[in-house]
Design a protein around this ligand. Structure first.
Ligand code: NAI
Length: 726
């Protein structure tokens, strides 16, 4: 049957599966090919007694040709429960935390024992079993976890203080597990069911028995357990065949001006409670990011982090807009020496936008604020620095901190502010911080430029620059690793196309005026080369590992010379120094790159829920439409990179090679794609609906195809409108 969701090869563990809802999950998953561990200690619904209830379920599964084993441990012994799955089947793919008891009492009469027992089974039990299962799932890079909450947990209920708070705790547990598991494709969702079972039969009116059967809940739970379901960190209410996603809603709210009083809260109450313009945050940071600018304004603060010290103007400049595409990222990569040969394609991911892991070098983060912001700051008057000659301004040091992997294209806004102005007598040291954000306000990176203006000292300011990120000396030992890169004679000519058009780097006459024999290479070009060296040496070219880069520009390098990066690894910090091999001159000193300990979501990977993408629903729809016929016609696997705001927001696979065909999130499992298609979320939907001609999208550069382009012609078989011919 077309699109039948199977669980062949998967191992599922269901707690409390000796009866009620859990039994239905076990029967359904086993009937669809899963090997099932039926856990149940077989107690009564208040947590007492024991019985071999799980045996009967195992027998029922075996009778119909399925595979199952029983486990009688309490969920409080999570390790033992999970061990049964590993010992019998060697793996664990699906965990459904379902076991539960009730000990209802009015709040005033609730005993410690009522409280503790309910917590031990529901919240601690879910934790124990999940903790035991998680390492197996993480190691195999796959897992589906379903937790069981309750409408009582979401909304509260009379007589259920113990139960409702434990059930709400399970939502919190699920939220965190979903965040920690996402990058390993270990997804975790929660259901809040209602069904006629021994647990509820005394509470519900009799007609519920017919209307809300335990078997009605099982299909939703099975879908959440299937690899075609990419929802993560979500809560679903379900009863009698009705299912609905539930999410938190947050008012726009009000930010009160400091100093504020209780009366200010009262006077703003309507605004605080006004739900007419709601937000739906899925992470605490989303809210922090959203309110931060208003909080700063209310607190009379101009900028994040660093204090405005004497001499700094303190004022934030108008944001500078940068629209960039993957061409700019590629141009930058060429500028810092990326290249490919027939035998070495390691840099292809920085040079080819169709590469499945197309990535932007982290040091590219210096580019957006480089020109606009620095020009504005330096020409707009700097604190009490009266007279200065911009021709005497030297770029002394550079620091950049990345909040996430740099997007591959998009519109960014950079805001700069002088945070220090130090009087160094021979000159003025100006330290400028620049924050770069997306249009939606997400902070992408913070740059710090330190500029030394020769001859501008003696203006009577402080000598120190307390906000300057320090350079750090390398450890006193031979380098742990060294890499070399021979720059091209035209390296500066290429690098300048990323925006620093100073003639010093291209015009021999201009360079001579500055006292140089010939045009010199941009210091930031060496900075990019050093970043590449460290990325390759210590990060396996995973750009998400780079958190911050700092270095001082010591001496110039000439285009054509060889840059050697010496590296020292100390924990999560790599110290570095660069020199020109031909002269021995150190060109970058005191440098370091701070690494994220584990790789974060790559620019192109799904970091969180994808349900905000329009394409998610379309892929799910496609999944239900493919059949053996489609597979026969097409015979190929396609990977889709769906972009949003310039970065890859989701990856999907349409497997039209292996019968019966499949559509699932993420890159192809076990096989390389025949071709990879990269397209924005909106354009994908428009293509599928026929509103956008796919061929035109391809020729306009809106649809990018890598790999065997001819294969994409066959995709029209998949599109229901058949207008989306490639
Ligand atoms: P049930 O009582 O039929 O099933 C619960 C199962 O968990 C029982 O078979 C029991 O032996 C087992 N169990 C209890 N403690 C255990 C432990 N420490 N270790 C292993 N197994 C244990 O009840 P039902 O209705 O099937 O409930 C399943 C889950 O759904 C529970 O978590 C419950 O709180 C939840 N739920 C059910 C609702 C309903 O309307 N039936 C409403 C909201 C939530």
């Amino acid at each position: 049957m077309a699109g039948l969701l199977r669980f062949d090869g998967k191992v599922a563990l269901i707690t409390g599966a000796g009866g009620g809802l859990g039994r239905e999950y076990a029967l359904l998953l086993a009937a669809r090919g899963a090997k099932v561990v039926v856990n149940d200690l077989g107690g009564d619904m208040h947590g007492g007694g024991k019985s071999p209830a799980a045996d009967a379920v195992v027998e029922a599964i075996k009778k119909t040709g399925g595979t199952a084993v029983a486990n009688y441990n309490s969920v409080e012994e999570g390790d033992k429960v999970v061990k049964t799955a590993i010992d019998n089947f060697g793996r664990l793919d699906i965990l459904i935390n379902n076991a539960g008891i009730l000990r209802d009492r009015s709040f005033a009469k609730m005993s410690d024992q009522d409280w503790d027992l309910v917590y031990r089974v529901h919240l601690k039990g879910s934790f124990q079993v999940t903790r035991a299962a998680f390492p197996h799932m993480r190691r195999q890079g796959y897992g589906r976890i379903v937790m069981t909450s309750s409408p009582s947990g979401l909304y509260g209920n009379f007589g259920q203080a113990n139960y409702s708070s434990a059930k709400n705790g399970i939502v919190g547990l699920s939220n965190t597990v979903s965040k920690e598991g996402a990058k390993y494709d270990v997804l975790c969702n929660t259901i809040a069911p209602q069904a006629w079972s021994r647990m509820t039969k005394d509470i519900y009116p009799p007609e519920i028995e017919e209307l809300m059967k335990v078997s009605d809940v099982a299909p939703l739970v099975a879908f959440l357990s299937h690899d075609s379901c990419s929802d993560n960190g979500c809560v679903f209410e379900t009863a009698g065949g009705w299912s609905a996603k539930v999410r938190l809603q947050q008012a726009e709210g009000a930010v009160l001006q400091r100093p504020f009083t209780v009366e200010d809260v009262r006077d703003n109450w309507a605004k605080i409670c006004d739900m007419s313009n709601p937000h739906y945050p899925t992470a605490a940071t989303e809210t922090t990011m959203r309110i931060m600018p208003d909080l700063k304004k209310a607190a009379g603060m101009a900028d994040e982090g660093s204090e405005d010290t004497n001499g700094g103007t303190g004022k934030t400049m108008e944001p500078v807009k940068t629209v960039f595409t993957n061409r700019d990222a590629i141009m930058y990569a060429l500028g810092v020496g990326c290249g490919v040969t027939r035998t070495d394609l390691s840099d292809l991911k920085y040079l080819y936008e169709g590469h499945p892991d197309f990535s932007v070098l982290p040091s590219f983060a210096v580019i957006p604020p480089m020109n606009g912001v620095m020009g504005k700051v330096l020409s707009g008057g700097i604190g009490n620095l009266k007279e200065y000659n911009l021709a005497q301004a030297l770029h002394g040091e550079q620091y950049v901190e990345l909040k996430r992997p740099f997007p591959t294209e998009g519109t960014l806004y950079s805001e700069g502010r002088v945070v220090d102005l130090a009087d160094k007598k021979s000159g003025a040291l100006v330290v400028v911080n620049a924050e770069t954000r997306t249009e939606s306000g997400e902070l992408i990176c913070i740059n710090q430029f330190s500029i030394f203006i020769v001859g501008a000292g003696g203006f009577g300011g402080k000598r120190e620059a307390p906000n300057l990120k320090p350079t750090l000396p390398a450890p006193n030992r031979a380098p742990d690793a060294s890499r070399q890169h021979k720059t091209l004679p035209s390296q500066a000519a290429i690098y300048r196309l990323s925006g620093d058009l100073n003639p010093l780097h291209i015009d021999p006459e201009f360079a001579a005026l500055g006292g140089f024999k010939e045009p010199i290479l941009h210091g930031l070009c060496s900075y990019g080369i050093a970043t590449r060296h460290i990325l390759r040496e210590y990060c396996g070219d995973d750009v998400s590992r780079v958190r911050a880069i700092k270095a001082r520009f010591s001496k110039p390098v000439l285009p054509g010379q060889t840059i050697q990066t010496d590296m020292w690894k100390e924990g999560s910090r790599v110290h570095f120094q660069c020199k020109a091999v031909e002269t021995g001159n150190v060109c970058l000193s005191g440098g370091y790159i701070d690494l994220n300990n584990s790789s974060g979501p790559a620019a192109g990977s799904v970091g969180g829920p994808t349900d905000s993408l329009r394409s998610t629903a379309v892929f799910k729809m496609l999944g239900s439409q493919i059949n053996a016929d489609t597979v026969k016609k097409v015979g190929a696997i396609f990977q889709w990179n769906i972009t949003k705001d310039g970065k890859v927001a989701a990856k999907w696979t349409t497997d039209l090679k292996n019968a019966p065909g499949a559509v699932y999130p993420g890159p192809p499992k076990g096989e390389s794609p025949g071709c990879t298609l990269t397209v924005s979320d909106n354009d994908f939907e428009a293509m599928i609906s026929g509103a956008l001609n796919a061929q035109k999208a391809f020729f306009d550069g809106r649809l990018k195809i890598a790999g065997n382009v001819m294969l994409s012609q066959k995709l029209s078989a998949l599109f229901p409108s058949n207008q989306a011919k490639l």
